[in-house]
Design a protein around this ligand. Structure first.
Ligand SMILES: [Cu+2]
Length: 119
């Protein structure tokens, strides 16, 4: 009755192949996480102010400005992009470049905020 030896070596072989498989599984999970990560981040505009006043995002994320005022506002970057946000409505922008930008409302230049986009 010495059947324990081949059994235990079979178990060792199974553990070994699981070890080889693990890095591949981890890589796949990692890749799918990158694609699933894009988020929509809201910035509220109320009483002539952006909130939050500074926001961190990643490439591929969407910023959605929700305008609760009865006035038209914009999110404008000098020599860059501009998003017009009608009164009581929202507008959005998909982030495609990395960096920190200061933006403001072109119609009410006291309204200022910043946006940092990371890779
Ligand atoms: Cu404004």
């Amino acid at each position: 009755m010495r059947s324990t030896l081949p059994q235990s070596s079979n178990r060792a072989a199974a553990v070994l192949s699981r070890r080889k498989l693990l890095p591949a599984v981890v890589l796949l999970l990692h890749l799918s996480a990158i694609h699933a990560k894009a988020e929509t981040l809201q910035v509220t505009i109320e009483k002539m102010a952006f909130s939050p006043v500074s926001i961190d995002a990643k490439i591929g994320d969407t910023i959605e400005w929700v305008n609760k005022d009865f006035l038209v506002h914009t999110a404008t970057v000098k020599e860059g992009w501009e998003v017009m946000i009608p009164a009581g409505k929202s507008a959005s922008l998909v982030l495609t470049s990395v960096g920190t930008v200061q933006y403001y409302c072109r119609l009410h230049p006291n309204m200022k905020a910043s946006l940092t986009v990371k890779p």
